[in-house]
Ligand binder design. Structure first.
Ligand code: C2E
Ligand code: MG
Ligand code: MG
Ligand code: MG
Length: 277
């Protein structure tokens, strides 16, 4: 009888969001083992100079290929990793793997961009870990670029500035990812020692039709230029978008129009062909 009641209660009280929570829990449990089971891997998306058309960098993008869930997109599991603290070991794995693969494939002098999540950025041993990985892999610091979103800076501005300064003094490059989508004021741009703004895909997507997106994109490029920062447009999918960005003086672009994210072996042959050709 109690069992029946329990069952009824269970059925009655279970809302949709609970099944979402349950699947997050299931993912979290499996994610815990993903590193050791070799289920994580990286793809790399080339970044192109709009003046010359040459590949100037690559961004490492994390992939989880799970035997239970198939390919889980990072948009789904990074937030779980952040909530459970798994972002520490996963973020460290990404940095080490990206630097190792970069050196193994001899990709210098391309820039290697690696994403850091907000919580990862706030970990007290972040700077020491990065220094250690650079030493271990012999990756030149000036060729590593860390991508941070504005949310990384929200909590404690002074601490964020201090961490950014320590990274800069190691010679690492810094980019603000998804620029324009966060809540931060422009004020932090002059305080934070960053090198590049990545204009978010949401502004680029309709930039050839939308006067608003054109105005925002122009403004970001103008601010960046006047502050000595580089600009990269994310999610470029058409030649019209490319032409607009080139005319407005945006320096770099990344997106399906140029390249989709590639597996390491394809990066290697692409770079080899470009160098030979
Ligand atoms: P992001 O850093 O802004 O990366 C760009 C995302 O846009 C990637 O999605 C990429 O595959 C996708 N993309 C690139 N070009 C185009 C395009 O032309 N059109 C469209 N529609 N999409 C394009 P992905 O790989 O699913 O990654 C999503 C987000 O997950 C990333 O956004 C980043 O915030 C996060 N992420 C990925 N890898 C890592 C990682 O190693 N660590 C952390 N902390 N976050 C990561
Ligand atoms: Mg990124
Ligand atoms: Mg981005
Ligand atoms: Mg983005």
């Amino acid at each position: 009888q109690a069992k029946d009641q329990g069952k009824n209660n269970f059925q009655f009280y279970i809302p949709k969001s609970d099944s979402q929570a349950e699947s997050r829990l299931a993912l979290a449990t499996r994610l815990h083992h993903a590193i050791h089971q070799n289920e994580l891997c990286l793809q790399y998306q080339p970044q192109v100079c709009l003046q010359t058309g040459r590949i100037v960098g690559i961004e490492a993008l994390l992939r989880w290929i799970s035997p239970d869930f198939g390919t889980v997109p990072p948009g789904q599991f990074i937030s779980i990793a952040e909530d459970t603290g798994l972002i520490g070991p996963i973020g460290e794995w990404v940095l080490r793997e990206a630097c190792q693969e970069y050196m193994r494939l001899k990709l210098a002098p391309l820039q290697l961009a690696v994403n850091l999540s907000a919580r990862q950025f706030r970990q007290p041993d972040l700077v020491a870990k990065i220094r250690q990985i650079l030493e271990e892999t012999a990756m030149p610091a000036s060729l590593l670029e860390l991508e941070l979103t504005e949310t990384a800076f929200l909590d404690n501005v002074n601490e964020a500035i201090s961490t950014l300064n320590q990274l800069k003094s190691m010679g690492v490059m810094l980019a603000i990812d998804d620029f324009g989508t966060g809540y931060s004021s422009l004020n932090y741009l002059k305080k934070f020692p960053v090198d590049k703004l990545k204009i978010d895909r949401s502004f680029i997507q309709h930039v050839t039709e939308s006067p608003d997106d054109q105005a925002i994109t122009r403004a970001v490029i103008a601010i960046a230029r006047s502050m000595g920062l580089r600009t990269l447009a994310e999610g470029v999918e058409t030649s019209q978008q490319t032409e607009f960005l080139r005319q407005e003086g945006c320096e770099e672009a990344q997106g399906y129009f140029f390249f989709k994210p590639l597996w390491p072996k394809d990066v290697a042959s692409l770079i080899q062909n470009v160098c030979k050709g």
